[in-house]
Design a protein. Structure first.
Length: 132
């Protein structure tokens, strides 16, 4: 005689945390940098362009708002002050460090930066790309 065993999967709430903020955004467009450390940005994508071969275009009209983490790191291809050198690594990401004060004082944001976030949704790294 065969016995059949039936089992049922019952969902149980165990305190699930939903992660809504991505851990990084590969291509972003910074639309505003505020003195209090708030950054407004949208996700972007590269598109073919006649000048400089590519341009970044926004993927959504509404910007995200993220605070800079207290220990955030800033790197661009030519620095945040007077351009002194060009340091470009993998994927064109800049390697010249900037201070928080230099970053917040920028008149134009870094080109197509990669943004990295911590669990609180704060930006921990801004890595701008080289663009001639």
């Amino acid at each position: 005689m065969k016995r059949r065993v039936w089992a049922a999967a019952v969902p149980v709430a165990v305190g699930v945390v939903v992660w809504l903020t991505p851990s990084s955004v590969d291509v972003a467009m910074i639309t505003a940098i505020h003195p209090d450390g708030t950054v407004e940005w949208v996700e972007g994508e590269y598109r073919q362009a006649e000048e400089n071969n590519s341009a970044v275009h926004p993927l959504s009209p509404a910007p995200h708002r993220s605070k800079l983490a207290p220990d955030a790191v800033f790197r661009t291809a030519q620095g945040c002050g007077q351009p002194t050198e060009i340091d470009v690594g993998w994927q064109g990401l800049g390697g010249v460090p900037c201070t928080r004060e230099e970053f917040l004082a920028l008149s134009s944001p870094p080109y197509a930066p990669q943004l990295t976030f911590n669990r609180a949704g704060e930006i921990t790294e801004v890595a701008g790309r080289y663009h001639p």
